[in-house]
Write a protein that binds this ligand. Structure first.
Ligand SMILES: NC(=O)C1=CN([C@@H]2O[C@H](COP(=O)(O)OP(=O)(O)OC[C@H]3O[C@@H](n4cnc5c(N)ncnc54)[C@H](OP(=O)(O)O)[C@@H]3O)[C@@H](O)[C@H]2O)[C@@H](O)CC1
Ligand SMILES: [K+]
Length: 464
């Protein structure tokens, strides 16, 4: 799990090092500047933009270190009166002590027209409180129009460190030297795209900070015992598939089987039983007669037009038609339940406005999941995972728009059930399914992707 910190959470980490451990803040700044300098191609000229706060201080420190390396360096401030205080003022003195100048211009595009090499963006970082305006905005516009490669210090100036959305204009960086820990803007789209290649520069701070938002990494699956048999990997029961929608039942069954469930029983509407059975011979396919097999480990309901949820006390995965208007709260309060809506289904389920932006999806996911035992997977680009009586939100970074195709969600729901049947706790089962589903897509071209192709990728992907 990669923590994505808000500015406030990062300030806590910073204070702990400076006030708690007694690390001088200039030491942190020197580590940051040295780490960032290492990301610039050797020998090239460097043009450093230094803003009013400590991001500007980092930039001035980098300018000094780059000059000591023998590079050609120029330093620019958008303001004729930068008004540096504290560490940034100290860095300005050190730079001037090397004979360095600090230049400014009211026509940044003209100044940049003769630049060669790299630009270092040290205008604004963690202290960004509002959209860019005035001179800073003019410099960022000129920089984005210049076509010059840019190394952003900590974050591209103009981004809100704690948000996914870009509040106005922001630097489009080639690379970003992110100091200590990733902030929210380094993990979530669209802000993440403005960062270019991100390198986390280690500085002497707590390695395990508190973060309410975390990015999923490849899930670690429990090892399979050498003497395991099909009963060891659980029995998934899938209530899915009706006339004209038998494919959803097939894909759900494939999802559960391809992630390693031991047994899969599909209970379809009677008229599609034969066509489902013909397409997935590895599953037991029976007509729905109103009762569940006694030995089920997990029940998946919904794919292929099934909207009635049978009485059942065990682990339950609900998708598609089973996600009925206004019933979200009920399912979030049921222990052992996972719901996997896309934003439209989510809005209907919880009678909320459809969440369009990433920051809205996060806020609404938090709103409906806080303190609730049910697990929510709010699907979309960068799916949001919440609930399971845990506070933090997880974000899935894998996958691409090719997944927005019929049947992809049915496969995913089957994967959730398949992982849960093998003993993963529900939240971990949902995380594993979301991650591997996206990772399977990442191995395939975007357009024309078929969910069954994803299923075929899974065994090899799971082997690692
Ligand atoms: N965390 C750590 O451990 C470490 C952090 N380090 C470095 O410190 C950086 C944070 O420094 P920082 O706190 O001084 O904030 P920073 O972003 O430089 O500027 C704040 C100034 O900008 C102003 N301002 C705000 N928005 C504005 C706007 N839209 N347009 C114009 N101005 C705007 C704001 O003014 P105000 O809002 O107060 O009016 C204030 O004057 C961090 O990103 C990293 O690089 C490293 O050295 C190592 C360890
Ligand atoms: K910056």
């Amino acid at each position: 799990m990669i923590p994505l910190l808000t500015a406030d959470e990062m300030r806590v980490v910073e204070r702990q090092a400076i006030e708690g451990w007694g690390v001088p803040s200039l030491v942190l700044q020197e580590h940051a500047a040295l780490g960032a300098l290492a990301l610039l191609p050797p020998g090239q000229p460097v043009h450093v933009l230094a803003g009013p706060g400590n991001n500007g201080g980092d930039a001035l420190a980098l300018a000094r270190l780059a000059r000591l390396e023998g590079r050609e360096v120029s330093v620019w401030s958008p303001s004729a009166q930068p008004g540096w205080r504290g560490d940034a003022a100290h860095q300005a003195r050190l730079w001037k002590g090397l004979g360095g100048e600090i230049r400014t211009s009211t026509a940044p595009a003209e100044a940049m027209a003769v630049w060669r090499g790299w630009v270092v963006d040290g205008l604004l970082g963690l202290g960004t409180t509002r959209p860019l305006e005035g001179a800073a905005l003019a410099w960022v516009r000129a920089l984005n129009a210049s076509g010059l490669p840019v190394l952003a210090l900590d974050l591209p100036s103009g981004l809100d460190p704690s948000a996914a959305e870009i509040p106005g204009e922001a630097v489009r960086a080639t690379r970003t030297a992110c100091f200590g820990h990733r902030k929210v803007c380094h993990g979530l789209m669209p802000a993440r795209e403005a960062c270019g290649d991100i390198t986390v520069v280690p500085i002497p701070l707590d390695r395990a900070p508190r973060a309410a938002l975390q990015l999923l990494e490849r899930p670690i699956l429990p090892p399979r015992a050498w003497d395991a048999h099909k009963g060891s990997f659980g029995h998934v029961v899938i209530r899915a598939g009706s006339l004209g929608m038998s494919g959803a039942a097939v894909l759900s069954a494939l999802g559960a089987l391809r992630v390693g469930a031991g047994l899969v029983t599909v209970l379809t509407d009677p008229e599609v039983r034969a066509e489902v059975a013909a397409q997935v011979p590895e599953a037991m396919v029976r007509p729905w007669q109103g009762t569940l097999p006694a030995e089920a480990d997990v029940l998946l309901v919904g794919p292929g037009g099934i909207d009635q949820v049978p009485d059942w006390e065990g682990p339950l995965v609900l998708d598609a038609s089973a996600l009925k208007e206004g019933e979200g709260k009920r399912w979030m309060e049921r222990p052992g339940t996972a719901i996997t809506p896309h934003p439209g289904e989510f809005a209907r389920l919880f009678r909320l406005p459809r969440p369009m932006l990433m920051d809205e999806r996060l806020a609404q996911a938090r709103q409906v999941s806080t303190g609730k035992p049910g697990v929510l997977l709010l699907k979309g680009a960068q799916s949001v995972l919440a609930g399971g009586a845990r506070e933090e939100l997880w974000i899935n970074p894998t996958g691409h728009p090719g997944l927005a195709t019929g049947g992809s969600g049915d496969l995913l729901a089957g994967m959730v059930a398949g992982f849960r049947a093998q003993g993963l706790p529900m939240r971990e089962a949902v995380a594993a399914a979301a991650w591997f589903h996206g990772a399977a897509a990442d191995r395939l071209p975007g357009a024309g992707l078929l969910p069954r192709d994803l299923a075929d990728q899974l065994p090899e992907l799971l082997r690692g």
